[in-house]
Ligand binder design. Structure first.
Ligand code: NDP
Length: 460
């Protein structure tokens, strides 16, 4: 390829062709994996300027290597339901890149989980983890098991079977899973117990998101939601805005959403809407977070029940229309591709000032273009939601040192990390001719750290 022969000068058109070639190859080699293609495209398109400046990345085939997981594991998960029937699910773990440290990334239990979802999440995780500045590689896993409507016994038997197989591939210095959609402290507890039993060792550092009672970190539960708000507050500050006095819409009502709402409220925002997979609630006086926490965290009920206790609020069937609620700041915190081009256009026409992605890849590529074209401040997931994995890495550090830091200590470290990530993204965007574009900034800042480590470690 032409570009490989050039040492100096401008590479722009050749680099574009080369990147397009890598992307087409990814599509051919991984057919039907649309979410994975989308995540790869977003990253590759951002890298053009840095590839033009540093041809060693092309010579060393960093792109071709980085889009190929080091290992993709898929396995059978048989378990017995409460009626005595044998059920079979599929388990996954992608060990995508270990250039910076042991693979690190959550486990998702949701019926939509398949190879494409796991690979998109694992690919994103490589760059997110690099941005945190912590020594962690990228991985992700999960199952198409649906925890909704399952008894505690069923969840325990499923997670034990899942861990019986997964335990062969993980360890504190190998691969350290955590939670994600459908996997919280309860599921992590059952998995930890099974891992301990199979290994005959108490290796606290094998999983993060553990209960405080046996090696978890204070502020891990809050970390992703709080971190997203810390990041967005930095972004707002630069333009003279703030959460204080702003109207906010948050999708979802799970772990990330609840703590994003909590921190936004701490900073003086009014959160007027949130959702679950059935629909959304609108409370113009401001959502009562205690009610949401009780309904979703303790009682595992539907968000629609909120209106029984707060009759001034309204419930609307269908979660995607939540983006028609006028707001200054939108925080998508539920799932991938929940904001499409139409939803983005509606948000813009209602005057939204900023978007902060708490969920992974919640905006489609077209939606992101709409935000950029209209000058909406946009905080991309791999930077904005990196607080969760950052505190997971702090949990690993506490486990290694056999220490427990206070909530305030962990929260202060989280704030520092989110501010540093923001600054690194802004710098990388500026250096690469895309000032203010945090998508470009996050992708380049994360990529460069991983690519340099890959080169230093040789072709492996
Ligand atoms: P939870 O399972 O705690 O909550 C997920 C929320 O999103 C629930 O309200 C759920 O509704 C809703 N939801 C899930 N799937 C869909 C769907 N297909 N359509 C509409 N709504 C849906 O998950 P988390 O809060 O942990 O994760 C949310 C997002 O944040 C994910 O994208 C995850 O990858 C990302 N993330 C999470 C981190 C963490 O630390 N937990 C770290 C970084 C990113 P219902 O209750 O009806 O299921």
């Amino acid at each position: 390829m032409n570009v490989l022969e050039k040492e100096k000068g401008t590479y722009t058109s050749d680099v574009h062709e080369y990147v397009q070639h890598v992307y087409e190859t990814v599509k051919q080699r991984n057919p039907y994996e649309n979410e994975f293609h989308q995540a790869v495209k977003e990253v590759l398109d951002s890298l053009l300027p840095v590839l033009a400046k540093r041809p060693q990345y092309i010579r060393q085939a960093i792109l071709e290597r980085i889009v190929e997981p080091e290992r993709m594991i898929s396995f059978r998960v048989p378990w017995v339901d409460d009626q005595g029937n044998v059920q079979v699910n599929r388990g996954f773990r992608v060990q995508f890149n270990s250039a910076l440290g042991p693979y690190k990334g959550g486990l998702r239990f949701h019926p939509s989980v398949n190879t494409s979802i796991i690979k998109f999440l694992g690919f994103e995780q490589i760059f997110k983890n690099a941005l945190t500045g912590q020594p962690i590689g990228g991985g992700k896993g999960g199952s198409d098991f649906d925890p909704k409507g399952k008894s505690d016994g069923e969840i325990m038997r499923f997670t034990q079977s899942f861990m019986s197989e997964l335990s062969k591939y993980i360890g504190p210095d190998t691969d350290v899973p955590a939670g994600d959609i459908g996997v919280g402290a309860k599921e992590i507890g059952y998995m930890f117990g099974q891992y301990k039993k199979m290994r005959g060792r108490f290796e606290a550092g094998v999983l993060t998101g553990k209960d405080i009672a046996y090696g978890g970190s204070l502020a891990r539960k809050e970390a992703t939601g709080y971190g997203t708000v810390y990041f967005v507050e930095e972004m707002l500050k630069e333009k003279g805005h703030s959460f204080a006095g702003s109207t906010v819409v948050v999708s979802g009502s799970g772990n990330v959403s609840i703590y994003a709402m909590e921190k936004a409220m701490h900073l003086g925002a009014k959160v007027v809407a949130c959702s679950d997979s059935e629909g959304y609630i609108y409370d113009k006086r401001g959502i009562n977070l205690e009610t949401v926490k009780r309904l979703k965290e303790s009682e595992k009920k539907r968000i629609s029940e909120y209106v029984n206790e707060h009759p001034q609020a309204h419930f609307f069937q269908g979660c995607s229309d939540i983006w028609s609620v006028p707001c200054d700041i939108a925080l998508p915190c539920a799932t991938q591709n929940e904001i499409d081009e139409n939803a983005a256009t509606v948000l813009v026409s209602n005057g939204v000032k900023a978007i902060g992605e708490g969920a992974n890849m919640p905006s489609t590529l077209e939606a992101v273009n709409v935000f950029h074209e209209h000058g909406v401040l946009f905080a991309p997931a791999k930077a904005a939601n990196a607080g969760g994995v950052s505190v997971s890495a702090l949990e690993m550090a506490q486990n290694s040192a056999r220490l427990s830091w206070t909530f305030e200590e962990v929260d202060a470290k989280l704030q520092d990390i989110m501010k540093t990530i923001y600054r690194d993204c802004i710098e990388a965007a500026k250096e690469n001719d895309a000032p203010g574009n945090l998508v470009v900034g996050a992708n380049i800042a994360g990529f460069v750290k991983v690519a340099d480590a890959m080169i230093a470690q040789g072709v492996i």
